[in-house]
Design a protein around this ligand. Structure first.
Ligand SMILES: *Cc1c(COP(=O)(O)O)cnc(C)c1O
Length: 377
């Protein structure tokens, strides 16, 4: 099955009982048992719910893993994955990781003695230098947020296998439509499904796919114990979103290319970060492991004042956190998504006050370009 077909025919399709072509929303918490312990596979909806199960099967198929899990948010998914570790364990992570991920590891999980080191994972040498006797995993985002840095998934997987570490990939930006990290040796792939997978700014959710039966059992134990599950209504909305993921990503990418071309020739734009540009440092690695570049890009206009002026003027680019929706979104990472990262650290990373991040949506590219043209003036 090819990708666009799998988005529609993967997992569990329809309802055997009625012939309905969609999986119904099983708005239910508990299930009748014929005798004690004798049931049809569902006992209680924290443990398992048929609509959530259909979504979990679908994302498992799309990412090419052994088992899928749906959580109430991307952060619930990430935190649950970290519950696989014990106090005293060490995890190496991408340095410009999503702000909320940085916050949970540096302000919450540190209290449980789970230690993290942030390095530029686009360099295998940097990952090697950070290895310690208690290192248990390497956690990467590729491309990253908001600088679109690219990590070599295959090379990282070779390193993690050699040292018996888990390799975890946050695949939110690429989506499984463009990139399936398990194919390159990742053990766990996760998503903020709030973004492209849901795609319509109407659901907050997280998804995880693992590549082994053991990890599947371990993570199900955590999902059921900690309880950060996704509800049936939101599970249904994600299944619905996934059906159009392919057409959305194709159209978003074609719009993004047009926007990038426009920004490239604009005198007020000092720098553009987009993995689809041949002079982007991660370009060669990215095209070796992904079939598309997505709709995220950042550009620098030089100062916080100029960035504020642009943000105040756009009419189709909505000023909002988040990304990956049908509507184009615009933000200033330093003041919004990455505000929880201390200023000195942000500057070290290149997340300047004049850096603007956009998530290109599905509007007409001409309107998006005109909008940016006027705002930049
Ligand atoms: C948004 C986001 C998250 C967090 O997901 P929520 O659904 O907001 O909890 C994690 N990683 C990345 C890359 C994100 O963009």
């Amino acid at each position: 099955m090819r990708k666009k077909t799998k988005l529609i025919h993967g997992g569990i399709t329809g309802d055997e009982l009625t012939g309905a072509v969609n999986v119904p929303i099983y708005q239910v918490s508990t299930y009748k048992q014929e005798a004690v312990g004798k049931h049809k596979g569902f006992e209680y909806s924290r443990t398992g719910n048929p609509t959530r199960h259909a979504l979990e099967e679908l994302i498992k198929d799309i990412e090419g893993g052994t088992r899928g899990f749906a959580f109430g948010s991307g952060m619930a998914a990430i935190t649950s994955v970290f519950m696989l570790f014990n106090a005293g364990d060490h995890v190496i992570m991408t340095d410009d990781v999503y702000g909320g991920t940085y916050r949970v590891v540096s302000k919450v999980l540190n209290r449980f003695n789970i230690e993290t080191t942030l390095v530029d994972t686009s360099s295998i040498e940097e990952i090697k230098k950070a290895l310690k006797p208690n290192t248990k995993a390497v956690y990467v985002e590729s491309p990253t947020n908001p600088l679109l840095k690219v990590t070599d998934l295959k090379a990282t997987a070779e390193l993690t296998k050699e040292h018996d570490l888990l390799f975890i990939v946050d695949n939110t930006f690429s989506t499984p439509y463009w990139q399936t990290p398990i194919e390159y040796g990742a053990d766990i792939v996760l998503h903020s499904a709030t973004k492209y997978i849901g795609g319509h700014s109407d659901v907050v959710a997280g998804l995880v796919v693992v590549n082994s039966e053991q990890l599947g059992e371990d993570l199900h134990f955590i999902q059921n114990s900690v309880g950060g599950i996704l509800g049936p209504q939101d599970s249904y909305l994600l299944i619905r979103g996934i059906k159009t993921l392919g057409v959305r990503m194709e159209e978003i990418e074609s719009n993004t290319k047009r926007v990038v071309e426009f920004l490239q020739q604009h005198p007020k734009v000092t720098k553009i970060y987009y993995p689809g540009l041949k002079d982007h440092p991660g370009y060669a690695v990215h095209i070796a492991q992904a079939t598309g570049f997505g709709g995220m890009l950042s550009f620098d206009v030089g100062s916080a004042e100029k960035a504020d002026q642009v943000l105040a003027k756009t009419k189709y680019f909505t000023l909002a956190e988040s990304l990956g929706a049908v509507e184009s979104l615009i933000s200033v990472p330093a003041k919004m998504t990455h505000a929880s990262i201390p200023k000195e650290r942000r500057e070290e990373l290149g997340i300047t006050d004049g850096l603007i991040r956009i998530s290109v949506g599905l509007e007409d590219a001409e309107d998006l370009i005109e909008d940016l043209q006027e705002a930049l003036q």
